[in-house]
Design a protein. Structure first.
Length: 228
């Protein structure tokens, strides 16, 4: 509750400052001036390596399609890192804009958006969930509502440094559907949003939880794709 109040106060304060001292139209990556209506300069945007194909993540009796907007390198990596670790929310706006463009180009159809959750401990430490930030910004760009459909019910080891097998074991049975709103997504198509996909373990277990809870279908969309 305390962190949420602080975030709301910060948001209001930033809004006041933006009106009093309007931000210059500069690229958040290289600080060069950008064209009107753009969020990245042409040079930085040209460096982005967009993904041209989707992947399928299969395990047990389930299979889910995962879309990724771009590869986790150069500009995209910097945007994700600044959003995730430096609270630069403008980077979340840029990533979500690119994700929205990807949805339109691929004609991905869904009923509403959800996001990969953090554990309570991780959320308190960071103060926000970067995947939730992306989901809410994506909602603005697509007009689709956001629902908090998932919960992380157990702490896990940091995925960094774990091989593929242990990444999957580390995340097994740590996600569940939010039973308080289950009725809202039974028979619906859900889009799960996350920042980066590496092995696909996190995305798969989240999608599996929603499918078992009654979702008609589940798609996954990440801002970036790493190793998978």
């Amino acid at each position: 509750m305390g962190n949420e109040i602080i975030r709301n106060i910060k948001y209001l304060w930033d809004s006041i400052l933006e009106n009093v001292y309007p931000k210059e139209d500069k690229c958040p990556i290289c600080n060069s001036y950008i064209d009107e209506g753009e969020m990245l300069c042409r040079n930085c945007r040209c460096k982005i390596k967009f993904c041209k194909s989707n992947i399928k993540i299969s395990k047990s009796n389930y299979e889910f399609i995962c879309y990724s907007t771009a590869y986790y390198s150069d500009i995209i990596m910097e945007l994700v890192v600044k959003l995730k670790y430096k609270s630069e929310f403008i980077c979340g706006e840029i990533l979500s804009m690119l994700m929205a463009d990807y949805i339109k180009s691929r004609k991905i159809d869904f009923d509403f958006i959800t996001f990969v959750p953090l554990s309570d401990k991780s959320f308190k430490l960071r103060g926000y969930n970067q995947s939730e930030v992306l989901a809410k910004e994506l909602s603005k760009n697509t007009g689709k509502p956001v629902l908090k459909c998932l919960k992380k019910i157990s702490e896990t080891k940091d995925q960094i440094g774990l091989d593929e097998k242990n990444r999957w074991l580390n995340l097994s049975k740590c996600f569940c559907a939010n039973l308080k709103i289950t009725k809202k997504y039974i028979g619906k198509v859900i889009l799960i949003v996350d920042d980066v996909i590496t092995t696909g373990a996190t995305s798969f277990y989240c999608a599996e939880a929603l499918k078992k809870a009654g979702a008609k279908d589940v798609f996954i969309l990440t801002a970036a794709k790493s190793k998978i």
